[in-house]
Design a protein. Structure first.
Length: 119
């Protein structure tokens, strides 16, 4: 059974940082592109970052320079380090597995973790 379980969301002050984690099971992490998306209230789901097995990373313009995606195959984990957060970064953040260069075509989704940026 494929599972992607995000954690690490919460309330953070503007300018703060968060590290999101995604624990994966039921598929071979090395074979997939892994990505993070987010969805703010009233908005469409937006791609943020992707990590490909060869080590290549891709970032959307919206958060480029403020986020870093990484993966640990031994621990079956994917991470998203987010810095200099702003209120407009408030959203549900989703981990995803799929294929393709850049924004991947998603095969599997996690359930999401809420990130709220507020003072």
């Amino acid at each position: 059974q494929v599972q992607l379980m995000e954690s690490g969301g919460g309330l953070v002050q503007p300018g703060g940082s968060l590290r999101l984690s995604c624990a994966v099971s039921g598929f071979t992490l090395e074979y997939y592109a892994m990505a993070w998306f987010r969805q703010a209230p009233g908005s469409e789901r937006e791609w943020i970052a992707a990590s490909h097995n060869g080590g290549t990373e891709y970032y959307a313009k919206s958060m480029k320079g403020r986020v870093t995606i990484s993966r640990d195959h031994a621990k079956h984990m994917v991470f998203l380090q987010m810095n200099t957060l702003a209120p407009e970064d408030t959203a549900v953040y989703y981990c995803a597995a799929g294929w393709g260069i850049g924004e991947p075509r998603v095969a599997y989704w996690g359930q999401g973790t809420q990130v709220t940026v507020s003072s």
